[in-house]
Ligand binder design. Structure first.
Ligand code: C2O
Ligand code: CU
Length: 501
């Protein structure tokens, strides 16, 4: 039993009352819960507490069909005019960001600001926090930049994120000393749009279901635009299910790599973002140990690694000290036997080969290796509430879900989980599927257990449970979902909403 609400009624209601049958697992006695709305006083109040500089950063973004050049191959796609992998949006902590979005796509769209604890009505989730922006329409996003770090943005409608619609959002803290000479933003992506199919066509193919290919050990095999048997021990088995002809760093395939120039001995801060749709990457720079400094925008105790694994939506910052010569910067597409490359050049020498191998003499770093610095660690406190999110479904029926319930974006509050402002909340991602999932929470940065890193997107391996905690201090209606674009669209999402009382 659930209440069907049409979109307009839904958004008109500031604090909506609905029958939440699934909430406490009680079906006999119906329980009525009211949730804070995106335009409620609670959201305004949280906003008024944010620190502001008084500076406004203004940008215009147009989402539109365009053509991109991929090493000489023209691909029709959708992208933003006004921002891209190499044209980030940037501001200082406390600045107001004002982005005028125009939708020149044939489909509705929105913009979601991934990882930010921003005001709820600017979070860009259709029907949950705003009406989708119709073709020919416009929307003005305006919010205070809440914390420093490496973020990014993309649409939150369908599988649009697997086109060219993404760009970094970098927030600087003028008081952060920053012990480096240069900065390089590195956006990783898996690309198929306009080359083999559109993401919508791929979604249709996947939706028909695939055979269980667990245990297949013949390497990845392409079937239409899907992939069978792509496995990676780093991901606990099945690595991904979509075939991509190209892997990109900053919009460029390995045959036409970006070259970053520096001087030998210079310290370079890398801001690495996985903007992929269905690919985890193992990232590293040949002959350069990484000193990892940040996870999803937040500082950690510096950790030295040879390489680092990034699931979709994750960001890591790392500092390297440049050697002398030309070096391969490699993002290995896990399980897919292909890679994205770029070049770091500080001197003469021939450019590295596009199939240059990244060494693996040590286990690649993952979030489990890392610790938050004290300044950003959550104070010790017992959890007031535990929300169990069982990841369910599989390839056969393509019925990915949370707690067995597939999200319907037309009625996103139907199976919403409730929490209250002020609570310490534990999220328990329990992966009962045969595949890894990069799970993402909107509007908050949780902490991994045992003093682990602050993050907003985390890899959950098959058969494992990841318990993270956060303080409920940003009222509104938020989403948690798998950042595999196709899993999310299939229904592996749920709303997590603040109750009014
Ligand atoms: Cu980057 Cu809900 O997403
Ligand atoms: Cu998933």
């Amino acid at each position: 039993m659930h209440t069907d609400l049409n979109r307009r009624q839904f958004l008109a209601a500031g604090a909506l009352t609905l029958t939440a049958a699934g909430l406490a697992g009680c079906t006999s006695t119906s329980k009525t819960t009211s949730f804070v709305g995106p335009d409620s006083a609670a959201v305004e109040k949280a906003e008024s507490k944010r620190r502001r500089t008084g500076t406004t950063v203004q940008r215009a973004l147009t989402a539109e069909p365009t053509t991109v050049d991929l090493a000489g191959k023209e691909a029709k796609t959708w992208a933003f005019t006004g921002a891209s992998a190499t044209e980030p949006i940037r501001g200082n902590i406390g600045d107001t960001l004002k982005v005028a979005l125009t939708n020149d796509l044939p489909d509705p769209t929105t913009v979601h600001w991934h990882g930010l604890a921003l005001r709820n009505d600017m979070d860009g989730v259709p029907n949950l926090t705003q009406k989708p922006v119709e073709p020919g329409g416009a929307f003005s996003y305006e919010f205070v930049l809440p914390h420093a770090g490496t973020y990014w943005f993309h649409p939150h409608v369908g599988v649009q994120q697997d086109r060219g619609l993404y760009a970094p959002l970098i927030i600087d803290d003028p008081n952060e000393k920053g012990d480096y000479d240069q900065e390089w933003i590195i956006v990783l992506d898996d690309w198929l749009d306009g080359v083999i199919a559109t993401p919508d066509q791929v979604m249709k193919e996947l939706g028909k279901g695939m055979m269980d290919h667990g245990g297949m050990d013949m390497g990845p095999m392409r079937m239409g635009n899907t992939l069978m048997g792509a496995t990676s021990p780093l991901l606990g088995g099945d690595a991904g299910d979509v075939y991509y002809p190209l892997y990109l760093i900053n919009g460029r395939p390995a045959a036409d790599p970006e070259t970053f120039t520096a001087k030998p001995g210079q310290k370079i801060r890398l801001r690495i973002i996985n903007a992929g749709g269905d690919t985890a990457f193992r990232f590293g720079v040949a002959e350069h140990p990484l000193t990892i400094t940040h996870t999803d925008g937040y500082p950690i105790q510096p950790f030295e690694a040879e390489s680092v694994v990034l699931g979709m939506g994750e960001r890591y910052d790392a500092v390297i000290t440049a050697g002398d010569g030309a070096f391969a910067v490699v993002a290995e597409a896990l399980g897919k036997q292909d890679q994205a490359v770029a070049v770091l050049r500080t001197g003469s020498g021939s450019a590295p080969a596009k199939d240059a191998k990244l060494p693996q003499t040590k286990a690649p770093a993952t979030a489990a290796d890392l610790k938050a610095i004290d300044a950003v660690a959550l104070p010790q406190r017992a959890a007031d509430r535990t929300l169990v999110l069982e990841l369910t479904g599989g390839m056969e029926k393509y019925d990915w879900a949370i707690n067995g319930k597939r999200m319907d974006m037309e009625q996103p509050m139907r199976d919403a989980l409730g929490l209250k402002e002020g609570e310490r909340v534990a999220l328990e991602f329990k992966n009962s599927t045969k595949m890894w999932h990069p799970m993402h929470l909107h509007g908050h940065t949780y902490q991994h257990p045992g003093g682990g890193p602050r993050k907003d997107t985390s890899i959950v391996l098959p058969g494992k449970t990841l318990r993270v905690e956060f303080d409920a201090d940003n009222p509104g209606r938020w989403l948690t979902h798998c950042h595999n674009v196709y899993h999310g669209e299939a229904g592996m999402m749920t709303a997590i909403a603040y109750q009014t009382s």
